[in-house]
Write a protein that binds this ligand. Structure first.
Ligand code: NAP
Length: 255
């Protein structure tokens, strides 16, 4: 049976990649598109809505969300309340929001996925980083994205830092008496680790995790050169969430 899918943010860069992936997969049927600003009423026979409330009562199984950090929490809540299993790539969720949404999914008995990164290589990079941090506790993260990205640091960088902080003893890095002569020079701080955000035209989504130790260094790097790199994960997410009864944070939980 075909899985009925809604795409929120379908006019965006990721939304367009998701549109192509969904319409090319015979196991998926697109039943609704959401964009608050478009004047289009339908795209290839699929209705377009300008407000999420207009989707209430639509027969759909999955809500794909590639919108903006400002609306993603409310969208995901709305999806769960209306029995659409969310597959969310939009970043910028707080820890508390993820907890709240997970609890709501349990109450509704609905599967769901919030994934800061849908690229399989990025998921592997995060796992390798957590493995390496057991032996190399001194680490800095550099994430690099296109210059239209709204949130910083990236959701992937935060998730990587969280995974590392689960396996290493909390420590403050750098010299105890270090000083910034220009504010922000040492980057953002997460549990003693530094995260640096680069924004440049031409980039898509990239991350380096750099470990340093006595006389040696280790660098892990992942590059998404094209948004197609995220679509295998989104497709897998859609097909998995409909079988589950709880929302998870991170694609690795569905692999
Ligand atoms: P984008 O090109 O700016 O697309 C976002 C789209 O959402 C825009 O078309 C925007 O419309 C629309 N939008 C704004 N408010 C909305 C609302 N209330 N309802 C529905 N749509 C709304 O950004 P993008 O590059 O596609 O990225 C989207 C999100 O995905 C970002 O948070 C980004 O960090 C994340 N991302 C995740 C992954 C992953 O693997 N998880 C990978 C890449 C990106 P306007 O432009 O008219 O405001």
């Amino acid at each position: 049976m075909s899985i009925k899918v809604i795409i929120a943010g379908f006019k965006g860069k990721m939304g367009q990649a998701a549109y192509k992936m969904v319409t090319e997969d015979p196991e998926l049927t697109l039943v609704g598109l959401l964009d608050p600003f478009t004047a289009e009423k339908e795209v290839a026979g699929v209705p377009v809505f300008n407000a999420k409330e207009e989707l209430t009562g639509l027969q759909a199984d999955v809500w794909i969300d590639f919108t903006t950090p400002k609306v993603a929490y409310e969208n995901t809540r709305f999806a769960l309340e209306n029995s659409f299993a969310p597959v969310v790539g939009t970043t910028g969720f707080t820890h508390d929001q993820i907890e709240e949404l997970t609890e709501l999914s349990r109450q509704k008995g609905l599967g769901g996925l919030i994934a800061p990164n849908f690229a399989l290589g990025a998921v592997l990079l995060m796992q390798f980083a957590a493995q390496a941090a057991k032996y190399f506790p001194d680490v800095e993260i550099i994430e690099l994205h296109h210059d239209n990205k709204k949130d910083a640091p990236s959701g992937t960088a935060i998730k990587t830092a969280e995974l590392i902080s689960h396996v290493r003893t909390s420590k403050q890095q750098g010299a105890a008496d270090e000083e910034e002569s220009l504010a922000g020079a040492r980057g953002a701080m997460f549990d003693g680790m530094r995260i640096h955000s680069v924004r440049l035209p031409g980039l898509v989504a990239h991350q380096e995790v750099i470990f340093g130790s006595q006389g040696e260094g280790l660098t892990l790097r992942h590059d998404s050169y094209d948004r197609i790199s995220f679509m295998t994960g989104v497709n897998l997410g859609i097909k998995e969430v409909v079988k589950r009864s709880e929302l998870v944070y991170g694609l690795e939980h569905l692999l």
